[in-house]
Design a protein around this ligand. Structure first.
Ligand code: BF8
Length: 630
């Protein structure tokens, strides 16, 4: 279908902030390739009951919906009110998110166990220091044991957390004592990862929980089992296997794709797959084969959180965030997109079918119609990875140069700021940062995290909020798609300190760091928790006392519901840019945006305007500063 170039250009400018993204959005329109923005337009108007969270489709007495305004029904067939329906729906979303993070964590631990037992192929135990720290936390003796023996015991102890009957997740003890007491007082100390998720499923069954506040409180407990459990284990097990990230520099945006090399995009979340592909791509035989097929080499690039994992540890360039997945294919230059799970559009194979791109699915739990399925198992990981790279090379001659368009300006960025790396950059303790906060040079810190959502101009929420916060001398720490957005906008460079307020600028310049720090993938929001926990411990206070904030300006995913909830449950005020589906219940809204303060000293807020969101975060930070007497 012919589209006027001017119309396409205007539309692309509306859809995305980044020029390289705009360029490929235009190309996709001219190529007649459907994207998430087109699908969103076709869905208009979206269901108002659904948006308010007041439709219930849990049982066959329904589906039911509550009339929020008129004289229509105020209860579902079972008798559930708007409050209950909204609370159950929210807990459902949250539990799905916690399950996704935690199941990812479990898989990394299984690979750690296999590696310790010599059953995996190509993996090694890299970070022995972290292994030792965790062994100590579990009281596992290390004297006279090999690293494999220690890793075996550590992996088993961590795997046990998923169904532990000791009624306490070990890593929750990493929180400051005061924060732990707050959880105890509220009855939300996480007991085990699987237990909280299963119990969420139980509680939302008809005839179980009928008290919206009680349901939501369990939501906080479930989210803590993710943040301080499943996600934290995913982060730490990945660090043991692949190394704890240290600052590095790399490149970002669709311009990281190569005109003359075989392009392989690694999309999804779990580094156990992508790490092996990195090894396979270095195989001299495969490199030779690529040359024989007319390519100059093999170009691996990341996408979404598995991309973040590779970027953090190896400085592998990243092509983009969630809304870039279709655009990467629409460049016409991708030989293979390898997917594991989460945040992969089910229609990605339909997009790929418009070009020569092959989509390779690798997880038994995440098969996609139209994708080539290559099951990925730890015991044959390296062999399967080589097969995938070979497939990409064989596909290179099928690329049609007339349909290729690659933006030519990748942006430089810094990444690799694990909690340990930040502490080391400060000289081994948080004292310099604490001093800067006390003196007011830095007012506080905000974790800006989460997704893209076509309801908001791509990256606009992240970038505008980040800029606004650093201007106000608030340090920004980021993960997930938020961090990739900032990378594209040049905020992850030390030079970006020039955009910051004088105080933050002087600290960044002295340390040679950007004012926005990339801390990793979404499970690495656990690194943000540890940052808060360790600063609080040095000060002898709780996380809830610190001048911190959280934000998810463009979130879409249930995982983001869980992350925002464990931020709030850990005492961090958190602003959402997209309204959650709760506004059909004024009681739930009041609980989450107001009453929670009396429980966890933090609340949620909803504010789509990034400047107003920054106002809210700054005010919350000032309030905490005042309470600390600084
Ligand atoms: O886990 S930020 S869109 S890619 S859910 Fe997904 Fe959201 Fe991106 Fe990573 Ni996180």
């Amino acid at each position: 279908m012919y589209i006027d170039p001017l119309v396409a250009q205007k539309e692309a400018e509306k859809r995305a902030l980044d020029k390289t993204d705009q360029e490929i959005i235009e190309k996709a329109m001219h190529d007649g390739v459907e994207t998430a923005w087109d699908r969103l337009a076709k869905q208009q108007p979206q269901c108002g009951f659904g948006q308010l969270g007041i439709c219930c489709n849990r049982c066959t007495m329904g589906p039911c919906r509550i009339d929020p305004f008129g004289d229509g029904p105020k209860r579902g067939v079972c008798g559930a009110t708007a409050d209950l329906i909204v609370a159950r729906n929210l807990l459902d979303d949250l539990a799905v998110g916690a399950a996704a993070h935690s199941d990812h964590g479990r898989e990394v631990l299984e690979v750690l166990l296999d590696t310790a037992e010599g059953k995996s192929q190509g993996y090694q135990i890299i970070d022995e220091e972290k292994l030792g720290t965790i062994a100590a936390e579990y009281d596992i003796g290390t004297e006279g044991k090999s690293k494999e023996e220690i890793a075996r015991e550590v992996a088993l102890a961590m795997l046990e957390e998923f169904g532990t009957i000791k009624n306490r997740i070990q890593f929750a003890d990493r929180a400051p004592e005061k924060t732990g007491e707050m959880w105890k007082g509220a009855g939300i100390t996480p007991r085990s990862v699987d237990r909280e998720i299963v119990e969420s499923m139980h509680r939302i069954h008809m005839g179980v929980g009928a008290d919206y506040a009680n349901i939501l409180l369990h939501g906080l407990r479930t989210s803590l089992s993710d943040g301080w459990g499943g996600s934290m284990m995913a982060t730490d097990a990945s660090d043991i296997l692949f190394g704890t990230p240290t600052p590095n520099s790399s490149w970002v945006n669709l311009g990281v794709l190569s005109k003359d090399e075989v392009n392989v995009v690694l999309h999804g979340h779990n580094p156990v797959l992508s790490e092996m592909i990195v090894k396979a791509a270095n195989d001299p035989e495969l490199k030779k084969l690529a040359e024989e097929k007319g390519a100059k080499g093999i170009n691996l690039v990341g996408m979404c959180c598995t991309g973040n994992e590779l970027l953090m540890r190896h400085g592998i360039p990243i092509a983009g965030n969630m809304l870039d997945q279709e655009l990467a294919i629409a460049t016409g230059a991708v030989e293979v997109m390898v997917i594991d799970y989460q945040c992969i559009f089910p229609s990605i194979t339909a997009t790929a079918s418009c070009y020569h791109t092959k989509v390779v699915a690798t997880s038994e739990k995440s098969k996609v119609s139209g994708a080539i399925y290559k099951e990925f198992r730890p015991e044959t990981a390296l062999d399967s990875s080589k097969e995938i790279i070979r497939m990409a090379i064989e596909n290179f001659p099928n690329r049609n140069p007339d349909r290729v368009k690659i933006p030519d300006k990748p942006i430089k960025m810094m990444a690799g700021f694990s909690e340990e790396a930040i502490r080391n950059a400060l000289g081994g303790s948080y004292k310099p940062l604490i001093d800067a906060i006390v003196s007011g040079k830095i007012k506080g810190a905000v974790g800006v995290v989460g997704c893209n959502n076509p309801k908001i101009k791509h990256d606009y929420g992240h970038v505008m909020l980040g800029k606004e916060l650093i201007k106000r001398n608030i340090l920004v720490v980021e993960t997930g798609c938020a961090a990739i957005a900032s990378g594209k906008a040049g905020l992850l460079l030390p030079e970006a300190a020039d955009m910051a307020g004088e105080g933050l600028k002087s600290v960044c310049k002295a340390l040679g760091i950007p004012p926005v720090l990339h801390m990793g993938s979404c499970v690495d929001c656990s690194r943000i928790l540890m940052l808060g926990a360790n600063i609080a411990k040095e000060l002898g206070v709780g996380i809830e006392d610190l001048p911190l904030g959280g934000a998810a300006p463009e979130w879409y995913s249930q995982k983001a519901v869980s992350i925002a909830s464990y931020f709030v449950a850990s005492g961090v005020y958190t602003v959402l840019g997209i309204p959650p589906k709760i506004f059909g219940s004024p009681n739930v809204v009041d609980l989450l945006t107001n009453k929670l303060d009396g429980v966890v000293h933090a609340t949620f807020a909803v504010e789509p305007d990034p400047v107003k969101a920054a106002d809210l975060l700054e005010a919350a930070i000032e309030k905490k500063r005042k309470a600390l007497g600084i």
